[in-house]
Write a protein that binds this ligand. Structure first.
Ligand code: HRO
Length: 309
């Protein structure tokens, strides 16, 4: 029984990895994932210049998940590109994900042109769904802007590229979004980013400082929404666009459900933040146990095979 997978024609020994933003801020954190049971890693979303991010406290774990309004704190595009190019020398056989987004459309093009011209030969994940930069809407909720941006990008960007999406909550929105994405040679869509702008309260007070306590929600709270987005896009997108499933994965059972809905790779966020990299080996062995019980030798045998009543 193997939990191996392929994304954009790259092979990974394991279909489980981190979600951008968790345990991926610097080389030390990324090395922990590199040396764990995870199949690969994705970097913290990089912007052109380094960013401090929002005032703390800006992340809070709860019994059922997490809330965050980090505000895109990162060490800047060049830091992550340098590290990814270093890894080409020390780990030539491995493929990594580079998450990025500009603070403007121009910045996004500047970043992607730099990737295009660089020796980076991994997979780029364009983050169209950050909910925590005050005054900046989540790009992927504006399908006209998203279509224009992707049209411009694919006029010059020729390396594997996927997009990180916010959750959608309306079947017509799934139809409209899929109709846009199907126009482009995307390698994947990653469903879902945190559910934007929830509030967690302790006694009479919010638990994070930015935005008067409004922040992206992750963890158990979001699994039904994540599964629905994975499956909705799996049903609607052309087969060449794969699905990465993110959201509410605490166990092998949750990973199994994401794959059943159509995911070719699953990403762990809140659970990784709470448990550390041992979550990767635990969830992988739990998933393998489920597969063995059911007689599945690979994830291909049950991927997307969600049964209806
Ligand atoms: O506040 C953040 O840094 C953040 N937080 C999220 O929950 N999703 C994102 O894509 C980003 Cl970029």
């Amino acid at each position: 029984t193997s939990t191996k997978t392929k994304i954009a024609n790259f092979e990974f020994d394991n279909c489980i990895m981190n979600a951008a933003g968790v345990l991926c801020y610097d080389k030390d954190e990324l090395a922990k994932i590199l040396n764990s049971a995870a199949g690969t890693f994705v970097t913290k979303t990089a912007t052109l210049e380094p960013r401090e991010g929002n005032p703390e406290p800006r992340y809070h774990d709860t019994r059922l998940g997490s809330i965050n309004s980090m505000g895109l704190p990162n060490l800047g595009f060049d830091y992550y590109l340098d590290y990814l190019l270093e890894l080409k020398k020390t780990h030539p056989k491995r493929t990594f994900f580079f998450s990025l987004v500009g603070m403007s459309q121009n910045d996004t093009h500047t970043l992607l042109r730099k990737v295009q011209e660089s020796n980076f030969d991994g997979i780029t994940e364009l983050n169209l769904s950050c909910p925590n930069v005050p005054g900046k809407p989540q790009i992927a909720y504006d399908l006209e802007t998203t279509e224009k941006l992707l049209t411009d990008i694919f006029s010059y960007f020729k390396k594997p590229l996927g997009i990180k999406l916010p959750p959608y909550f309306d079947l017509v929105h799934f139809d409209q979004a899929a109709a846009v994405f199907n126009k482009f040679p995307l390698s994947f869509v990653n469903c879902v980013n945190s559910i934007g702008n929830g509030i967690i309260i302790e006694d009479e007070k919010v638990v994070i400082k930015p935005k008067n306590g409004f922040g992206g929600i992750g963890g158990e709270y979001v699994k039904p929404t994540a599964l629905a987005n994975v499956h909705a896009f799996y049903q609607r997108l052309k087969p060449s666009i794969q699905i990465i499933g993110t959201g509410g994965i605490l166990s092998g059972r949750d990973a199994f459900e994401h794959i059943l809905c159509g995911a070719s790779m699953v990403q762990i966020g809140t659970t990784l933040h709470k448990e550390g990299v041992s979550a990767f080996s635990r969830i992988t062995s739990e998933l393998k146990e489920i597969m063995e019980k059911k007689g599945y030798k690979s994830i291909e045998e049950f991927k997307g095979k969600l049964k209806y009543l």
